[in-house]
Design a protein. Sequence first.
Lengths: 371, 249
Amino acid sequence: MKFGIFYEISVPRPWDPESERTVYERALEQVRLADELGFDQVWAVEHHFLEEYSHCSSPEIFLTACAVQTQRIRVGHGIVVCVPQINHPVRIAERAATLDIISGGRFEMGTGRSATWTELGAFCANPDDTKKTWDEIVRCLPKMWTQERFSHDGAAFRMPPRAILPKPYQKPHPPMWVAITSPGTEIDGADRGLGWLGLTFGGLEEQEKRIAEYRRRIKVCEPVGEVVNEQVNTVNFLYCHEDDATGVATGRRLQGTFGYMAAQLLSAREAYPTPSYPALGLLPQLRPDADSPGDSVRVPDGLCIGSPERIIEAIKKWESVGADRVNFLLNAMEVVPQEEVLASLRLFAKEVMPKFAKSEKAEPATALAGT
Amino acid sequence: MPLSGTLDVAPRLADAPRLDNYDTEAWEIADVELLSLTFEIDDAQMTSALPPALHPTIPPVAYFSVAAYPESPIGPFLLAQVRIGCRASALPRGFLLRAYSDSPAACDALGRRWGYQCRPADVRLRRYHDRVVGTVAVDAQEVLRASLVDPQPISGGSIFHVSTMTLARADDDDGRGVLVQVDPPYVFQRAERGMPEVTTFERSAWNAEGIEPVWPVTATFVRCDTGFPRIRYVLDARQPARTGTRKLR
């Protein structure tokens, strides 16, 4: 089991000239500490226009700062939006390769397609097409990284032969992942040899079934790249405190705030009827039992909040359903003071991480395709 | 925390219907035809169109709809609505600005039972091969013309209709007004999608001063079984839904 941290970069109103800089500086301080403490990965989302919820539109720049301020922690695009109106595929490949070089081969490539009308509508991207363009782009990225020259004539984009430079530092190329939110995307990931980058919270029972099917399908995959990445990376909240009640109370505040803010966004499915988005994004996972505005937010199973003992039990559950990695959201809207976030990280590293160190040897990993 | 509505509900309450009670029975109506358009609206009215109980969506949107109910306890009727997209706490909803119906009996019943601020008008819904058109005329003056252009069949499973919040008066609201959650089920028989087009929108007729559609999102036309449900939740219009929601059943 490996552990990582995960950033949306939420910035609460009222905004002043220091608001965003403060949140970014705090995030970087957390990343530096996580690196020292032995966390394995830091991931950053790509979101546009999502007021307060996420001010992380250029994660590659944040991740570059993370890379140059740390020694070991891997840096992950979680995810880059593979929609040509938002990111030209060549620019995705170029930025990823550059970050891989700057980080000394510590880059992880998460792919996805956005789930909000807020973003897709603003870039005039058709929600009907995003699955198709994602598929086309993830097939092209490894070729851009490994072929001396690349050309393409597809539906999402076309281009004459060019040398796409620089090439990634990792050979044959960085590990690739797909964001798993909509039901069925885990099958897409397995069939293409992509790692599972879970972006929904909780739901252990359902996740177990989906992970089992993912494991079964990826054995016979036709990988898009030269590397099969059979790893399951889940996301969770983290607030670790010596006093269980304090940890749970603060963690619930963190979880509730995140869910509340996520729900304010206009999902693609809500705004634009399309079979391409069968789920409402994060909303159903966050409020599975609620149909009244006054219902309390249920705490999903397996949430990593509370005392070290409680969190150890939660992670064991994730381990038992087949997760290889857990990434933690440490804060939302700055509801947890920075010193408490740092203390939570330190306590987790001291009391929880050692309990899972031995299982690393048995962990599935990336493998060269065809081996 | 997210932005909240700033609408002063007091002036609206003067014109709002009074609920008979919270125990109205459900109306289940088959073969309803429903035209619905979604537009992004100018963010200048992002909060001022909503009561303090509700949050605006990001981006702010308005829903224009015209529906034909072929049967009901008060006979067939058409109903046109303009709603503002919002969140009640974390849940997607549409806040009703005003409604019109071709049936005075429907206006009366919908107001007393579910809090619809509904006025009589000439409401029409017409299906052509290249478009579906909903119109509303008050005293022979057109106040809404909303169209779905170039209908294409899609699966009804792709459709998501947000539930409605109406503003009403109730005997136990202490003069503060209640938001009534109207959340009928939908069973879709047929669905089409196309581009939305609004060519007439008299804002003063819809309690929609300042509401400016700025960007088309989508339009749908469906045939479905739906109706009006028993009231399950009411909200205090002037405090956040998270704390001001009352569960009735």
